[in-house]
Design a protein around this ligand. Structure first.
Ligand SMILES: [Zn+2]
Length: 310
């Protein structure tokens, strides 16, 4: 996006890529400091320049971490992401040496959000903006097994922002989309599908999911994001039957969702899968925001945030 750019369709803001030029110096699950997290380090057209970046949507500052020039932002309203989901955006930017954001401060879409920098731990990777996006209003910040912090509901960034007017210099093969590629269905100004799930809603799984663990001797797998069950609880067999997902309905893909070159033999902790089937919601648990689905005869409770209504 460029400075001042706005994008709103059907009354919902499109979540835009904050950068005018994007060179991803460290990608999702990068070997240096992104192991197991879906953050990107982005620099501009020339290395070492502290380029400005802009608010991807109307957002407010939720928290600041001055030592690393890090700020947690959250959209004021639900926004539309590049994968078509409509939800709150909670996102982190880091390494801004000139950081002056205050908690509660509101920045509107297109206004300057910060500058690329090297404050904190980024000397090895140079001047950049570290960014990570959660498609939810959950602000929990958890440490993974590699010691890296991340959001619970983080998504790969090509599933988050629209790259209208972003010059992609090095996009690492991501499936980068513009708003033109993600049309919005409108009927007299209202979206046909409201994304408020209820019993009887028809839904699809949204995104690519990791096979975190396989239940020994079965065709069931565990996914911590979909079910909220920790890997420890899966491992120690504390997960309930309805927290395990049958592999039958899933296809093995790479982390970008491509099934090319995959042998459909999945490994716990190393494989990714997706599911293109349509399911009917059997029940809703409002407290945990979960929906009950039946996959290949097996009941599973999954977070509604990873489903979209069709
Ligand atoms: Zn980073």
């Amino acid at each position: 996006m460029y400075k001042g750019q706005k994008s709103i369709r059907g009354g919902i803001q499109d979540f835009l890529c904050p950068f005018t030029d994007m060179y991803i110096s460290q990608g999702s699950n990068g070997a240096y400091s992104h192991k197991g997290i879906m953050a990107n380090d982005v620099r501009g057209s020339s290395a070492g320049v502290r380029y400005p970046y802009y608010a991807p949507c109307d957002c407010k500052c939720i928290n600041t971490y001055p030592v690393t020039g890090q700020i947690m932002w959250q959209s004021l309203k639900k926004v539309r992401f590049a994968n078509g989901r409509v939800d709150y955006a909670t996102f982190m930017t880091a390494h801004d040496n000139s950081m002056d954001a205050k908690i509660g401060q509101v920045v509107l879409q297109g206004q300057q959000l910060g500058n690329m920098g090297n404050k904190g731990f980024s000397n090895v990777t140079g001047i950049h903006c570290h960014i990570e996006v959660s498609q939810s209003n959950n602000t929990a910040w958890v440490k993974n097994q590699y010691g890296n912090y991340h959001f619970y509901y983080e998504y790969d960034l090509d599933d988050c922002y629209f790259v209208d007017n972003t010059n992609i210099i090095y996009g690492r093969g991501g499936n980068w989309r513009t708003t033109g590629q993600v049309p919005v269905q409108e009927t007299s100004g209202k979206e046909v599908v409201d994304q408020i799930l209820h019993k009887g809603s028809k839904v699809k799984f949204d995104g690519v999911f990791s096979v975190d663990i396989i239940k020994r001797g079965t065709n069931l797998f565990g996914n911590t994001k979909l079910t909220g069950v920790s890997i420890n609880n899966y491992y120690n067999e504390k997960a309930k039957s309805y927290h395990w997902l049958p592999l039958d309905d899933f296809t093995e893909v790479d982390k970008y969702g491509s099934s090319q070159g995959q042998d459909q033999v999945v490994t716990g902790g190393a494989s990714y899968v997706l599911n293109k089937n349509v399911y009917e919601v059997q029940d809703i648990d409002v407290k945990s925001n979960s929906a009950l689905l039946v996959l290949n005869g097996h009941k599973v409770w999954v977070y509604s945030t990873f489903l979209y209504e069709v």
